[in-house]
Design a protein around this ligand. Sequence first.
Ligand code: SAM
Length: 206
Amino acid sequence: MLNVAAADRNKEPILAVLRESVSVKKPLQALEISSGTGQHVAYFAQALQNIIWQPSEYEHQYLHSIEAHRAHYHLHTVKPAIHLDVSLPHQCWEGIQPESFDLVVNINMIHITTMACTEGLFKGAAAVLKPRGLLLTYGPYGVNGQITPQSNVDFDHSLRRSNPEWGLRDIALLRSIGQASGLFLEKIAEMPSNNKCLLFRRESLV
Ligand SMILES: C[S@@+](CC[C@H](N)C(=O)[O-])C[C@H]1O[C@@H](n2cnc3c(N)ncnc32)[C@H](O)[C@@H]1O
């Protein structure tokens, strides 16, 4: 069962945004894309018991960790994790049906993957969310072409040195990619350590 410090730090602030953004009473279905170690889904599931969670991951080592968290906490509202490559069309997402989720959650993935993953995230989320469903993304972002503070500029440079296709994305770019699929940026929540939560609502394109 893997644990990373960043997920331990940000899980509570992200949960607070979730509590404000979705019903804590109505039965809901949620898909987490790039669940990582499984710390977030385990934490959210214990706090929000009205939600059935579907975790997913690209890296096989993490799939085992998600399963370990699920077993350790006896999480009956968390389904077995599935392998999901977000850069592929949603028709390739194992067993995931169109318009079947109220919520899609994606934490700290966009800046550390290629644009194909970002584009796949928005296209896929638009397809698998029910009308009026919500996509929550969390991470560091640029705003109007600017990255602040210096620590995020340095982080962006180090990501691009690791892989020129990685790096912090600008919110304006994400807004327009989302809009092209019918996901409209509804709220930007400031988070600790110069991160943000972005909340995109699935609206009809017509
Ligand atoms: C920085 S980690 C964040 C993990 C977790 N959400 C967290 O916050 O602890 C980035 C994640 O993106 C995932 N990832 C990389 N390529 C992916 C792809 N093509 N499809 C889905 N996830 C991908 C990695 O496996 C990893 O779990």
